[in-house]
Write a protein that binds this ligand. Structure first.
Ligand code: ADP
Ligand code: TRP
Length: 332
C-alpha cells in the first residue's frame, strides 16, 4: 500500500512471543507492518503481557520475547523509522487496562470468539485470558492509533476496542481515537499443514526461520487429498497451492494452476516448488537473523530506546484519561 506523507497515519500492531513465528504471522502482520513503516508512524511491539496468559515459564517467555524481536528486525523492521518495543517496558498500559475495564461490559467480553476457542481447547479460564481484549484495547488506545494491521482472527478484538473507546468517550468526553482493523483479504487466513488456520497453538505451522531440513519435512507433510497423479486437481482446494500463491509471481501461479487442472502432476512436485520458494524467499533474512542472534545486548538496548519513545506518547494519553475520570484529583 502506498500512502502520501500528507496522510501519515498511526499504524500499530503487536505479536505475542508465544512460540516461533510462522508464515501466517509473517504475511498477515509482520510483512505488512514493515511495508507500512516508510509512509506512516509505525508502532510495533512484542506483547509479552498477553503471552503471559499462556506461556507460564519465565525462561521461555524471556527467550521468546528476544527471539520475536530479532525475527522482526531481521525481516526489515527499522527501529529508527518506527517505534519498536516490548509491551511490559511501558507498564502504563496496565493502568489504562483497569480504567477501561470499568467501562467494559461482561457481555462484550463473553462474546469474544478467541476466548471461547481457547477454553474449548482446554486452556484454564483465567481472568487474564478473559480480560485479554481489554489489555489489547489499552494497547491500541494508549497510542491513539488509527490503523491496526492484523489477520482475520483479530478483527473482533479491534471491534471490541472501538466499542470500549466509544463507551469511554460517551461517559467521560472525547478522549480516544477510534481505530480500524486493516485486514488484507489475500492473507486474512493463511492455512497450516493440516488446512486449518496456521497457528502456534494448533501445531500446524511453517516457521519463518526453521532450518532447511525441518522446512522440507514440513512442506512434504502438508496434507493433500488422495487424487491420483494422473487425475486433474483443483488448485482452489489445495493448501500447497494456497501457500505457493503467497510467494509466486502471477505468471508462476497461472502456470501451476494449469498444471493442476491438466492432471499428470503429483502433489509432491508442487510441494517441491513450494519448498524452493520458501527457502529462497527467506534466505537473505536468515543471514541477518544469525548476526542478530550474536548481538543480544544491542537488541536489548534498541528495545529500551523504543520503550522510551513509546512511553513519551503513552504518558500524556494516560494523564488525559486520569484527568477525565477524576483519578487525578489535585485541581491545579
Ligand atoms: P498464533 O495464532 O499463531 O498464536 P498470534 O495470535 O500471535 O498467532 O497472531 C499474531 C498476528 O498474526 C495476528 O495479527 C494474527 O491475526 C496473525 N495471524 C496468525 N496466524 C494467522 C494465519 N494463519 N492467517 C492470518 N493471520 C494470522
Ligand atoms: N491479540 C493479538 C494476537 O493475538 C496481539 C495484540 C496484542 C495486538 N495487542 C495488540 C494486535 C494491539 C494489534 C494491536 O495476535
Amino acid at each position: 500500500m502506498v500512502e502520501s506523507t500528507a496522510e501519515r497515519r498511526r499504524v500499530l500492531s503487536g505479536i505475542q512471543p508465544s512460540g516461533q513465528l510462522h508464515l501466517g504471522n509473517y504475511f498477515a502482520m509482520m510483512k505488512r507492518m514493515i511495508e507500512f513503516q516508510a509512509h506512516n508512524e509505525l508502532f510495533c511491539f512484542i506483547v509479552n503481557y498477553h503471552a503471559l496468559t499462556t506461556v507460564q515459564d519465565g525462561k521461555t517467555l524471556r527467550q521468546g520475547t528476544v527471539d520475536a524481536a530479532m525475527d522482526f528486525l531481521a525481516l526489515g523492521l527499522d527501529p529508527e523509522q518506527s517505534i519498536f518495543w516490548v509491551q511490559s517496558d511501558v507498564p502504563e498500559v496496565t493502568e489504562l487496562t483497569w480504567i477501561l475495564s470499568c467501562v467494559t461490559s461482561m457481555g462484550l467480553l463473553e462474546r469474544c470468539h478467541s476466548y471461547k476457542d481457547k477454553i474449548a481447547r482446554g486452556l484454564i479460564p483465567t481472568h487474564g485470558l478473559f480480560a485479554y481484549p481489554v489489555l489489547m484495547a489499552a494497547d491500541i488506545l494508549l497510542y491513539q492509533a488509527h490503523l491496526i494491521p492484523v489477520g482475520k482472527d483479530q478483527k473482533q478484538h479491534v471491534e471490541v476496542t472501538r466499542d470500549i473507546a466509544e463507551r469511554f468517550n460517551n461517559v467521560f468526553g472525547d478522549t480516544f481515537v477510534l481505530p480500524e482493523p486493516a485486514i488484507d483479504p489475500d492473507v486474512a487466513v493463511v492455512p497450516g499443514l493440516d488446512g486449518q488456520k496456521m497457528s502456534k497453538s494448533y501445531g500446524n505451522t511453517i516457521e519463518i526461520f526453521s532450518d532447511e531440513k525441518v522446512l522440507r519435512k514440513k512442506v512434504m507433510g502438508i496434507v493433500t487429498d488422495p487424487t491420483p497423479v494422473e487425475a486433474p486437481k483443483d488448485p482452489d482446494k489445495c493448501t500447497v497451492f494456497a501457500l505457493y500463491r503467497l510467494f509466486a509471481t502471477p505468471d508462476e501461479l497461472a502456470d501451476l494452476d494449469r498444471r493442476y487442472r491438466a492432471g499428470g502432476m503429483g502433489y509432491a512436485v508442487a510441494k517441491e516448488m513450494l519448498f524452493e520458494k520458501i527457502r529462497t524467499y527467506f534466505a537473505p533474512y536468515r543471514q541477518r537473523r544469525l548476526e542478530l542472534a550474536a548481538q543480544r545486548d544491542a537488541v536489548e538496548q534498541l528495545l529500551a530506546r523504543g520503550a522510551e519513545k513509546a512511553r513519551a506518547i503513552a504518558r500524556p494519553t494516560l494523564r488525559k484519561a486520569r484527568r477525565k475520570t477524576g483519578l487525578e484529583y489535585v485541581r491545579s
